[in-house]
Ligand binder design. Structure first.
Ligand SMILES: Nc1ncnc2c1ncn2[C@@H]1O[C@H](COP(=O)(O)OP(=O)(O)OP(=O)(O)O)[C@@H](O)[C@H]1O
Ligand SMILES: [Zn+2]
Length: 725
């Protein structure tokens, strides 16, 4: 009899032993079906052994070995074990949550043959003038297919309504499906740009690396980092390798996908992100596992994709906090990627215009190799001029100053695009009664209800609670309620009033809620059907809008004095990103920042495009205050309906930590930044140390003590290397 130790999706820190007849061949990484607490569950075999500590009659047999897909590789199992250990999270849940949803069930799956679309014989013979001109998307698809056959994803990228147009074309018999030809070692590389000297040096340095090495690609916005990725991909593909590129947000995948596809048209590329259906995601995962897909583009979770030929990892916008998972297994996909590269002995590239202080510090201390791009790649493109509008003693109209309105008017006259950046959606962050001072608070949270004027609602952005806008003050009956502060909707309507002829587009989570809208909006912007964009950070990242020459930033000051010690680092990164949207082509860009603190070093660094000075200021601050990257942290968070119970738990946890008497700093129990959310109280306890090792040793001792504390009706979690407080 063989004993197999199985990872199951249950929140216990152990594996579970099951038995298997000797005649059945099995290796770690194989999926199996077992019964657990009278339920059938799919699990992954982590170890095979000859015996168990359990008595034989307590060991249940494996119900079925699922041989539909190849077993997970040892390398992936080691990676998952590392994550479970490092983040102190149960192994079973870690392993299962790294799999596509369908593989967590007992369902059998098959790798579908990849299909693509091409013109049929009658499609090729079709006289396009016979097809109504109004069928724009059908025309677009036919034109594209005339050049080459396309995958489903490629067709979809042509328009948000491509699916229905394609259906119509297939029904008419003009378009048919065919199998994708097998990957050949020969493929075309459309090398549209000659690399600049800096770009070439970066590509050479990275391709020279024959073992693990972490490269920090610090390139100003528009310096052609993406172009470097394409050239690296080309090199790796020539050698038969696979490339994994991680991006912080799904929003960024469609345009990158198009970019890479147009440059490497014969190479199979798949994306992996939460915007895909379960079925699509699993098929893409299987294509990666089988080695068919050579370029894998994905968000966080894609870092766990099995990639037999993986030869290069790239983390784009590495500073972005979206790489950190905020619940469950609270991993940093960037850090896991670095571990994965070192485990495999391959290079990893971290790209950013504003590296995280952690990475910057690692580059300075020589652990990473710094590669710099100091010039914009397109020869005519210059960095925008940045200046501040001092708002401390001027009157503003709905948050907009006179100089900014004037600059917008100039752009409208010249037919250029502008972008107004404000990181608050809704109309106004709070509603106030001028008579008694009542504020629209949320009944479930410590936060305020945001005024959404479009549908006359007050909404809590923390718990989702919403109510109608009251006609009079609920506290004193006064009918004169005032919106306080500004949000995207308010700016949009103020601008519309000020510039009645301008075509204004608001881009935030509310306006892009429906699937496909954001893609359609991007197209509108590219087709110059928009004069002024008003948006949140959704607009800040990675976009290339050539006709955009003015960026106005409203209200950035809150982050300068936030309780989160990373707030100003994040603000700087965000402003560099958003400023980087201006003047990317041949026209000079201008950035105007409305602030009451124009002399703050953050704004000075922005004006001078001087990341290094800013990073040095922050590093000095962090060192003297004893914060990361000079310290390693863990945050114990707890939340409960009963406030006293929550504090008792954290206090006991703290006492237990102190009793361990290990070389770590244990802070006091404090309320969370949002101390009440969705009717729960939240508080936390910080523990830190100068090095990873003692902190990990401490956690290994502390974790079982936490598990043993009474914690009914309470949720707690450990967050290793926490990113927000
Ligand atoms: N060697 C080159 N010669 C000419 N143009 C180039 C070259 N490399 C890149 N470009 C162009 O410069 C623009 C910016 O490049 P890219 O998007 O790669 O920059 P980036 O550094 O990734 O920017 P960001 O960080 O702002 O997103 C693109 O339009 C790209 O086509
Ligand atoms: Zn709320």
């Amino acid at each position: 009899m063989t004993i197999v130790r199985v990872a199951l999706d249950v929140p216990l820190s152990t594996l579970f032993d099951y038995s298997l007849g000797n005649s059945i061949a099995i290796i770690p990484g194989q999926r199996v079906l077992v019964s657990f607490r009278r339920k059938k569950m799919a699990g992954v075999v982590m170890e095979c052994a000859m015996d168990s500590v359990l008595s034989p009659e307590r060991i249940k047999p494996v119900l079925q070995v699922l041989r539909d897909i190849p077993p997970l590789s040892d390398e992936l199992l080691v990676l998952l074990r590392f994550c479970s250990d490092y983040y102190h999270y149960p192994l079973g849940v870690t392993v299962l949550s790294a799999l596509p949803v369908r593989l967590r069930t007992s369902q059998l799956v098959t790798l579908k043959e990849a299909m693509q679309y091409r013109l049929s014989v009658s499609g090729r013979a079709l006289d396009l003038s016979l097809l109504s001109k109004r069928k724009v998307v059908q025309h677009r698809i036919l034109a594209a297919l005339k050049l080459d056959s396309l995958s489903v994803a490629q067709v979809r990228a042509l328009s948000p309504s491509a699916a229905s147009a394609l259906k119509a074309l297939s029904q008419a018999g003009w378009v048919e499906t065919c199998a994708v030809p097998a990957v050949s070692s020969k493929f075309t590389f459309n090398n549209t740009h000659t690399l600049t000297l800096e770009q070439q040096q970066a590509v050479d340095a990275i391709t020279k690396a024959s073992c693990f090495g972490c490269f920090l690609l610090h390139g100003i916005t528009g310096s052609g980092k993406t172009e470097i990725y394409v050239h690296l991909m080309n090199r790796i593909l020539q050698q038969g390798g696979q490339v994994l590129l991680l991006v912080p947000e799904i929003n960024l995948t469609p345009q990158l996908e198009n970019y890479f596809r147009s440059r490497l048209p014969d190479v199979e590329l798949v994306s992996l992100h939460s915007g895909l259906s379960d079925g699509e995601r699993m098929q893409n995962w299987l294509r990666a596992q089988s080695g068919h897909a050579r370029i894998i583009l994905g968000t966080r979770l894609a870092v766990f994709t099995p990639l037999p030929q993986l030869a290069l990892l790239i983390v784009d916008e590495e500073h972005d906090v979206s790489f950190k998972q905020q619940d469950g297994l609270r991993y940093s996909a960037r850090d896991v990627a670095i571990f994965r590269a070192s485990q495999r002995g391959i290079p990893i590239v971290l790209g950013s215009a504003t590296p995280s202080l952690e990475s910057y510090y690692n580059a300075q201390s020589g652990r990473y190799q710094m590669l710099r791009l100091t010039q914009r790649a397109a020869t005519q493109a210059q960095l925008p001029t940045v200046s501040c509008i001092n708002t401390s003693n001027i009157v503003m109209q709905h948050g907009l100053s006179e100089p900014l309105l004037k600059a917008l008017a100039e752009r409208l006259q010249r037919g250029e695009q502008s972008l107004i950046f404000i990181n608050r959606r809704g109309y106004a962050p709070v509603l106030m009664c001028g008579a008694c001072g009542w504020l629209s608070g949320c009944s479930n949270c410590a936060g305020k209800l945001v005024l959404h004027l479009k549908d006359r609602r007050l909404r809590c952005h923390h718990c989702g609670h919403q109510e109608r806008v009251p006609h009079a003050c609920p506290s004193c009956g006064n009918a004169d309620l005032q919106p306080i502060g500004i949000g995207t909707q308010r700016v949009e309507s103020a601008l519309q009033e000020h510039f009645p002829k301008a075509r204004i587009l608001r881009v935030d989570r509310d306006s892009t809620r429906n699937k496909g809208t954001w893609q359609a909006m991007r197209q509108q912007i590219h087709e110059d059907a928009v004069d002024i964009l008003v948006g949140t950070q959704m607009l800040a990242k990675g976009h290339d809008f050539p006709n955009l020459t003015l960026v106005g930033v409203l209200n950035p000051d809150g982050a300068l004095y936030s309780s989160d010690f990373r707030a100003s680092e994040k603000l700087f990164a965000q402003l560099v990103q958003v400023a980087g949207r201006a003047g990317r082509a041949d026209k000079l860009g201008e950035v105007l920042i409305q602030t009451a603190f124009p002399d703050h070093p953050l704004f000075r660094a922005l004006r001078e495009h001087d990341y290094d000075t800013w990073a040095k200021i922050l590093l000095a601050e962090r060192q003297s205050a004893g914060f990361p990257p000079f310290m390693y942290q863990v945050l114990l968070r707890a939340e409960a309906k009963d406030e006293a119970h929550m504090y008792t738990f954290l206090q006991q946890a703290r006492d237990a930590a102190i009793e361990l008497a290990m070389p770590v700093d244990i802070y006091g129990v404090v309320p969370a930044a949002m101390p009440r959310r969705a009717n729960h109280f939240l508080a936390q306890l910080l523990v830190q140390s100068e090095a990873r090792k003692p902190l990990q040793q401490f956690l290994r001792e502390w974790r079982p003590l936490l598990d043993a504390l009474p914690a009914q009706k309470l949720r707690w979690s450990l967050d290793i290397d926490p990113m927000d407080f």
